[in-house]
Design a protein around this ligand. Sequence first.
Ligand code: SF4
Length: 276
Amino acid sequence: MITLQRALLRWARQARRDLPWRRTRDPWAILVSEVMLQQTQVARVVPRYEAFLSRFPSPAACATAPAAEVIRLWAGLGYNRRALALHRAARAAVAGGGRLPDTLEGLAALPGVGPYTARAVLAFAFERDVAVLDANARRVLSRALGAAVTQAAADALVPPGRSWEWNQGVLDLGATVCRPQPRCDACPLTGACAWRLSGRERPDPWPRRRPQARFEGSDRQGRGRLVSILRDRPLAWDEVPAAAGWPDDPGRAEAVVRSLVAEGLVVAEDGRLRLP
Ligand code: SF4
């Protein structure tokens, strides 16, 4: 094992954050956590993860519920499409025998599950030797290696048989030490990190993501408002502009509703709108 791996694994043992999805190897629970964490911060996810799993402890429990119930439980997490995708993934798992697949191809074929989430389930539920490369992990490993990390390079770094603790350690390091402003003096990789050893004179090899578009005033905000009201009651079409927050722009409000209907998040029926 190379110095970098040894140093990170040693640090990871004592620095590990205690998170509820780290106390299980249940693939369904891991999938739920990963889908929730895709665009929402850990602190907001924890209580919702626990509530979700107590209502839907298995793919079968989720699959047999109406989608509306899954969308209701998603309140506060945003990006409601994820709730619908998770519901569809549960139904696909049930159709396939009731369990989540344990292969990259099988997982990635589930609705809403991309290669990143599929790898996270493989590593954190099935303890397979694959790298989980989210934005934090990309930052850590790119800096440590001194160049933008590829999936293949990250996979090659996973210590055989120790993928679970390795990946959790990389994520913890990115969340707490190798932040956008790195705290190299507190980092276990300080003696093995290529960027640090170069004196950080070369440009930061961290491949930055494009900043998220503004939420305030966006279509996303209007979508969120509409779904939020629909969690409590159906809406008549003429209520839509005010409910979306655009009382003077009914055309925009209607276009947003049509996109929600096309995605399956909202049903238009008998002149009213409701959750599916
Ligand atoms: S030494 Fe600095 S740049 Fe390198 S991994 Fe640690 S915190 Fe990040």
